[in-house]
Ligand binder design. Structure first.
Ligand code: PLP
Length: 394
């Protein structure tokens, strides 16, 4: 049985390779220290879990979710309030807010909703994989904009050829950025808005990591810029801010026409979010936020232990101002290896799993990503093992 060409066009999913290596190491009895996937290790806040349990006992919540339902309306209102409180962005809850089964779902379906076979989508590279895989799955043409450390991992839009821009229908951006941990200021968003103005390109900003920020940095919303809403939407999620990754709930906000088209696409494909999860999301977004501050503190401590530790053992690494990722070049000693070869070596030799940079696109070659989802003690153990490896005479 032949799988569809759209699947064959997708790049190799490198995480499955690393997963296999981890599995084999664990079968050999190795306690793998796993910095691979960005799946938070902490629990969702207790009051949110309680709300889920309470709502799961209500029979009405077991039915299909309906856009005009009561909990659905309350969730949209709470999301609008969250935006007002956090970003001073006013949203109409009935037309400018669309809940999603996780932001990944919405990002993939946005490409499906808008791209025809000869439409180009502009995607910075490296990127969170669904930004480009969604384009490929939808049958669109992917145009990678390289982003490099020397330019703060921000795309140089003026360098995109005019013919490409003419055929472009969609562009993804995302700051704070996975995998690089790069951040931007409002000025960058203003530049994007003035560049995109009049070009008929949808700008989709992925704001997944807005809450996970350090050193006084505050992540702006793309929608804070005047005019952004003319062609822009923004994705957000409860997965990271409230450790609800497995619960599958996120949302898109912004341009009402784009959201309507996205909702139309989804109406053919899914039945929305379990209502008990929606009730729990309301409790998370509208409830006390000290749990978020505690989580950020924990990631900050882990970031410091890891980055200071790597630098101390001779692996030069930048300290990110946001996200729970540390993005760093392969150590000089191993610079002849590809990112995948180096990540493979680390699992096989010392039981430390990382994400190879090429899992996020070709421009991730030469880099690896640590996700800060192991505690500080285990980070210290990993550092010792890495030091031994780096100190070994080859
Ligand atoms: C940049 C980015 N966007 C979206 C997602 C997906 O989040 P969700 O759980 O809401 O689908 C992730 C998950 O790691 C991510 O890093």
């Amino acid at each position: 049985m032949q799988e569809a060409n759209r699947l064959k066009r997708l790049p190799l999913y490198l995480f499955t390779i690393i997963d296999d290596l981890k599995k084999r190491a664990r079968e050999r009895g190795v306690d793998v220290i796993d910095f691979g996937m960005g799946s938070p290790d902490q629990p969702a806040p207790p009051h949110v879990v309680e709300k889920l349990c309470e709502a799961a006992h209500i029979t009405e919540n077991h039915r299909y979710s309906r856009p005009d339902g009561d909990v659905e309306r309350r969730l949209r209102e709470v999301i609008a309030r969250y935006y007002q409180r956090n970003f001073r962005v006013a949203l109409d809850p009935s037309t400018e807010v669309l809940p999603l089964i996780g932001s990944k779902e919405g990002i993939a379906h946005l490409s499906l909703a808008y791209l025809n076979n000869d439409d180009i989508a502009l995607v910075p590279n490296p990127a969170y994989p669904v930004h480009f895989n969604g384009v490929i799955m939808a049958g669109g043409i992917l145009y990678n904009i390289p982003i490099v450390r020397e330019k703060g991992f921000l795309p140089d839009l003026e360098n995109v050829p005019r013919e490409v821009v003419k055929m472009a229908k969609l562009m993804f951006i995302s700051y704070p950025h996975n995998p690089t941990g790069a951040v931007c200021d409002l000025k960058f968003f203003e530049k994007v808005v003035s560049w995109a103005h009049g070009k008929n390109i949808i700008v989709a900003h992925d704001l997944t990591y807005s809450d996970i920020v350090f050193d006084g940095y505050k992540a702006p919303s793309f929608l804070q810029v005047k005019g952004a809403r003319d062609f822009g939407i923004e994705f957000h999620t409860l997965s990271k801010s409230y450790n609800m990754a497995g619960w599958r709930i996120g949302y898109a906000v912004g341009n009402s026409t784009i959201l309507k088209t996205l909702a139309k696409t989804k109406s053919y494909l899914d039945f929305g979010i379990f209502r008990a999860v929606q009730e729990a999301a309301i409790a998370a977004l509208d409830g006390p936020q000290d749990c978020v501050a505690r989580m950020v503190k924990l990631y900050e401590e882990r970031r410091n232990v890891l980055v200071d530790g790597l630098n101390a053992i001779g692996w030069p690494t930048d300290k990110p101002k946001a996200t729970f990722y540390v993005w760093t070049r392969i150590p000089i000693k191993y610079s002849a290896l590809t990112a995948l070869e180096f990540a493979t070596l680390l699992v096989d030799e010392i039981g430390v799993a990382l994400a190879p940079g090429t899992g996020f696109g070709d421009y991730g070659e030469g880099w690896v990503r640590f996700a800060l989802v192991e505690d500080s003690e285990r980070i210290k153990i990993a550092l010792k093992k890495i030091k031994q490896l780096l100190d070994q005479k080859s």
